[in-house]
Design a protein around this ligand. Sequence first.
Ligand SMILES: [Zn+2]
Length: 136
Amino acid sequence: MKLHKVTKVIDFCYGHRLLKYDGKCKNLHGHNGVLEIDISSNKLDDRGMVMDFGDIKGIVKSWIDENLDHKMILSVDDPMVEALQSYNEPLYIMDVNPTAENIVKYIYEIILALGITPLELRLWETPSSYASYSEG
Ligand SMILES: [Zn+2]
C-alpha cells in the first residue's frame, strides 16, 4: 500500500523524576524533549497535503506550551508534589510514573482528543534515547 507520511517536530523543556527507579532519573532534573509527530494518509487533500504543518504545530504546540513546557511532570504518588505546590512551582501531575514511555502515550491520547490521529509519536528524552507510541 502506498502511504504518505509527514512528521512535525516540536521542542519543549520539562522536568521530572521517576519513582521506583534507581538511576540518574530518580532525582528532580530536566530534559530538552523533542516530540516527533508522524501523520499518514493514503491520499492527499485537494491542496496536496496529508495535513498542513502549520495546523499540526498550532494544535499540538499550543497544548504542549500551555501544559508541559517548563513544567515539572510528577506522579500523583510523588511526595514532592505537595512540597513543590507549596512554593507555587508549575507542575503537571500524571496518574503514572512520568517515564518517557508514559509521557509519550499520554501526549498521544491528548492529540487524539484534539482531533489529530497520529501514526506514531516519538519523544526524544535525550539525543540518543526516545520512547514511541502508536496504536496498531
Ligand atoms: Zn529524566
